[in-house]
Ligand binder design. Structure first.
Ligand code: HQG
Length: 181
């Protein structure tokens, strides 16, 4: 991704997942922002966007972080929110196991309290070990937990999958995971 697109992607993640009010933007209950308002609010705060650059970011984004509505008027982040939004996700049957990448320095606390959303709306899980390792690396020396998703589901926990393929659940108590050696 070129540097300009990456910078816009980071800005959009910040605004659409965490702090729309930083530029005076309002999201609707589903987390959607009108693209025209987003451009207007951003420009008042010295971030100059255009419909063209926004669409380019959405299409080229490595993780498909954003989604444009069918009528082309609205945009939202597909996951990762710390603000309350209703993504209208339906519970899905998860694969037998899922993975969570984290940093070794968090392990003691995780082993005590389980996996908690830590400021986001959900705990983020991935279907592949490789993705989990990459997520863990963002925080330091990575390690991966294998989650017995099937057992959790049997015990009544719900799983969702975001538009861009990230598995989400509310929390993961300690009895459902082991560290992958
Ligand atoms: C850890 C990226 C201590 C948790 C990725 C993680 C993902 C605990 C950190 C998305 C804990 C939270 C989210 C406990 C959990 N004690 N630490 N009890 N429970 N943690 O960034 O999952 O590139 O909020 O292990 O691909 O790392 O932004 O979550 O290390 O999908 O699109 O607390 O962000 O996507 O960190 O990453 P984060 P995450 P984007």
């Amino acid at each position: 991704m070129d540097q300009q697109l990456k910078a816009v992607s980071k800005f959009l993640s910040y605004i659409l997942r965490h702090r729309p009010e930083a530029i005076g933007l309002e999201l609707n209950a589903g987390g959607w922002a009108a693209i025209s308002e987003l451009i207007q609010c951003a420009s008042k705060h010295d971030h100059f966007l255009s419909e063209e650059i926004i669409k380019k970011v959405v299409i080229s984004n490595d993780k498909q972080r954003f989604k444009i509505s069918e009528d082309g008027q609205y945009i939202r982040a597909s996951q990762g929110h710390s603000i309350r939004v209703d993504l209208d996700l339906l519970p899905l049957n998860p694969p037998t196991v899922l993975f969570h990448g984290t940093a070794t320095r968090f392990l003691a606390s995780i082993m005590e309290k389980g996996l908690l959303p830590s400021g986001r709306q959900h705990v983020h899980l991935s279907a592949s070990y490789e993705t989990a390792i990459a997520v863990g690396r963002r925080h330091g020396k990575p390690t991966v937990l294998e989650i017995n998703a099937q057992k959790m589901q049997g015990d009544g926990y719900l799983f969702y999958r975001s538009e861009n393929g990230v598995w989400l659940t509310d929390r993961v108590p300690t009895q459902y995971f082991v560290e992958v050696e």
